[in-house]
Write a protein that binds this ligand. Structure first.
Ligand code: AP5
Ligand code: MG
Length: 193
C-alpha cells in the first residue's frame, strides 16, 4: 500500500490535483471536505452539526472527522493506497490517522505540501465561488478559512517534517505544471497504474 497526504491551504489545488493523481496512480481519494458536504446535502445529523462550522470557515470538531475517516478506510479494504485531501488538519487528526493506518499494518509514506501565495488562493476561490455553489466560497469566509489554516493546520506540516515525510511543492504554476512536480515525487514510490 502507498498512502499519500496532499496538504495545503484552501485553494492550493488539493482537490484538482487529487483527481489527477487518482487517475494516474489508481489511489482511493478521501476528501473530508467532500464527505462532509455529502452529509450536509443529505441533512444527516452529522451534516447538520458540521454545517454550523463549515459556513463560518471553521474546522469541524476532530472527533466528527476522525469517525468519518475511520469508516471510509474500512469501506475500501482492497485499495492500492489512499490519497488524503484536506485531512489531517490538526495534530490530533494526524495522530489518529497514524493509529488507524497502523491497525492496518500500513502508514503514511509521503506528504506533498502545495505552496501558493495568499492573493492567488483568494483569487482562485472567489473565482470558483461564481459556479461552485459552496456556501464557504465568498471572500469573507475564504479569509476565515485561510486564518484557520494558519492557526490550526499549518503546524501539522511540522509533525510530518519531523518524520522526514514532508516535501514542499510550488503550487502557483498551471495545473499541468503542478501535476508534473507532484508526479515526480510520487514516482519515487509508485509507478503509474
Ligand atoms: P475543504 O473542502 O477541504 O476545503 P479547503 O481546504 O478550504 O480547500 P478547497 O477545497 O477550497 O481548495 P483545494 O485546495 O481543494 O483547491 P481546488 O483544487 O478546489 O474543507 C471545507 C470545510 O470543511 C472546512 O472549512 C471545514 O469546515 C470542513 N473540513 C474539511 N475537512 C476537515 C477536517 N479534516 N477537519 C475539520 N474540518 C474539516 O482549487 C480551487 C480552485 O482553484 C478551483 O476553481 C480550481 O479549478 C482552481 N485551481 C486549482 N489549481 C489551479 C492552478 N494551478 N491554477 C489556476 N487555478 C487553479
Ligand atoms: Mg478541496
Amino acid at each position: 500500500m502507498f498512502n499519500l497526504i496532499l496538504f495545503g491551504p484552501p485553494g492550493s489545488g488539493k482537490g484538482t490535483q487529487s483527481a489527477n493523481i487518482t487517475d494516474t496512480y489508481q489511489l482511493q481519494h478521501v476528501s473530508t471536505g467532500d464527505l462532509l458536504r455529502d452529509e450536509v446535502s443529505r441533512k444527516t445529523p452529522l451534516g447538520v452539526e458540521a454545517k454550523k462550522y463549515m459556513d463560518q470557515g471553521l474546522l469541524v470538531p476532530d472527533e466528527v472527522v476522525i469517525g468519518m475517516i475511520s469508516s471510509k478506510i474500512d469501506d475500501t479494504p482492497e485499495a492500492r493506497g489512499f490519497i488524503f485531501d484536506g485531512f489531517p488538519r490538526t495534530k490530533a487528526q494526524a495522530e489518529a490517522l497514524d493509529k488507524l493506518l497502523e491497525f492496518k499494518n500500513t502508514e503514511i509514506h509521503l506528504v506533498l505540501a502545495l505552496e501558493v501565495p495568499e492573493v492567488e488562493l483568494i483569487k482562485r476561490l472567489v473565482g470558483r465561488g461564481a459556479t461552485s455553489g459552496r456556501s464557504d466560497d465568498n471572500e469573507e469566509v475564504i479569509v476565515k478559512r485561510i486564518k484557520e489554516y494558519h492557526a490550526k493546520t499549518e503546524p501539522v506540516a511540522g509533525y510530518y517534517f519531523a518524520q522526514g515525510k514532508l516535501e514542499r511543492i510550488k503550487g502557483d504554476g498551471t495545473i499541468d505544471e503542478t501535476f508534473k512536480l507532484l508526479s515526480k515525487e510520487v514516482d519515487k514510490y509508485l509507478l503509474p497504474a
